[in-house]
Design a protein around this ligand. Sequence first.
Ligand code: C2E
Ligand code: MG
Length: 648
Amino acid sequence: MAFEPHPLLARQLRRLELSVDAAPSAQWSELLERVSRAYAEGDQERYLLEHSQDLASSEMAKIYEALQSERDLLESRVAERTEALRLSESRLANLVSLSADWIWEQDADLRFTYFSAGLQHRAGIAPAEWLGHRRLEVGCVDVSAQAARQHLAQIANRESFHDFSYGYRRADGVTRYIRVSGEPMFDADGAFLGYHGVGCDETRATLAARRVQQLASYDNLTGLPNRHMFVAELEHTLARARRSGEGFALCFIDLDRFKSINDSLGHAAGDELLKATASRLRALLRESDLVARLGGDEFVVVLEGQADRQALSAVACKMLTAVSEPLVQDGRQLWITASCGIALYPADGEDAQTLLKNADAAMYLAKAEGKNSHQFYTEALKRRALHLFALESDLRQAVEHDQLVLHFQPKIALDTGRMLGVEALVRWQHPEHGLLPPGEFMAMAEESGLIVPLGRWVLRAACRQLRAWRDAGLAVPRCAVNLSARQFSDESLLSNVAASLADAGIEAELLEIEITESVLMSDAGRASSVLKQLHALGVHVAIDKFGTGYSSLAHLKRFAAGTLKLDRSFVDGLPEDRDNRAITQAVITLSHSLGLQVVAEGVETPEQLAFLRGLGCDQVQGFLIDHPLPAAQLAQRLRRQAASADSA
Ligand code: C2E
Ligand code: MG
């Protein structure tokens, strides 16, 4: 039976138009069958090959797929972990930065081996400055010996330490303040490896705390210890003195007329004076002497190991002289004096409060009795200070209760003997103490500011008196009124003068204003402008107590004054005292050459009068001629003068 040939063989036979059945022989049939088998086997092999290739590539694809997903999984896990790690690192970093600016490490020899960037960024310290060095070797500043000792002990014991603070002066000279905490590191066997820890820069906080401390203990303006610190220091001084048995002196210094300077020249000038006073006192005294500013214009000085009154007196004089040196500010000269009260430990007090109180009382008296001087505390002084203190409170009512009166002292022309003018001098009719001269209350009035209403009263009363004399038909003399420093610097001076004249209805030229040379010189620039304005009103101006200040000729020319009053102290020794003779002669010659009249004050003897007449002095005033007189008595003098003129 014919076989089924392989399709390829069948196709080839068909193309040749042959048939299997037509095989010429059995051998051909055999051949065809073998060829057909060979094709079939070839098919089989190809099939196997193709099949196996299919199989391999799909398996590979599967494995690849598996690998791919495995990798994706891994990658996403890595990403997750990385993110978690990043988060945790940044959380840690944030936490660290909450309490620390940098991280540091030291080796077992305690030498720095590592710093994180914060050291440079936060503290501006280059790690190279510290790497390889030990902490306390690189130059710690502002750390107490005790804190340093404690720190070293902790390190030696390999203990953790917390918040060790110290200062470090950088290479550029800037000091940074640093706080560090650290803990020791050990290996698995417990061997010490070094320290690591955190550090932070606390410069700002430290400086702020110091500023607070500075403000709380020191006076901002002068840099001296303030009252708070002074009291604490005084307690230490007392404790030392109690132990050693040595005495010390407490000096209370107060600037004279400071308020009026402050009011008239402004706070900047006042501040300059306070600063100058502080630095002058400081420069004069020993490093160990305590100098403080209690507030306002009050200073205190503690002189330890000083008990000898004479030596203390000398120191007090030196202090007052130093304070009264003129000071030039903005081209003008400022000038102030001070008064000083001294209390001694233990004689005048054994505790801070008593000593301060008694030194203050002594100062009060120095001031009330003429200023620019010092006083030691005594029991008698205390009584006097108490009396003055009471007086001061009474004085407040004196103006309102009409207790002030004016007395008038004549000034006469030396050539004619006629009364050319009078000086109005205030007195206080005290209900208990009787008639008090200005020396008893003027300094106090000046210091307390009561001088302003008091002075206003004097101006008005003087003008009213002139009016009353005129109304009584008398030839009215020119009347001089004294102005104090405080009044002189009062803004309303000119309007007060004008109002007093207008109210009384008298001419300005009947009024003369006396201002002391030292008040004028305390601010010569302003003085000359005020004097010009007074002059423009028609009021006369006299420079009082001439010779006691420091006028220069240039100033004298600028002041619109018509008269100089030669101070009583120069007239006092005439004609014997050579110096006074020379001064008197010089003042008279100088005044005349500047076109000024000279009035000599305090003339008590005929010899003085004769001598002054010989020098060509214009007018005299003094007990020899007349004491200051009540208005009624002065009126009699005026009447007598008018009568003698009529009869002449
Ligand atoms: P001052 O302006 O130098 O007045 C002259 C003082 O010398 C008066 O003292 C007067 O009584 C006194 N005196 C007059 N002649 C003689 C004399 O021959 N010998 C002696 N030893 N003294 C004589 P007073 O009245 O005690 O006044 C003292 C000072 O008080 C005055 O000195 C003046 O600076 C001040 N003062 C008086 N009244 C006022 C006033 O109303 N306002 C102001 N701001 N100060 C006044
Ligand atoms: Mg006078």
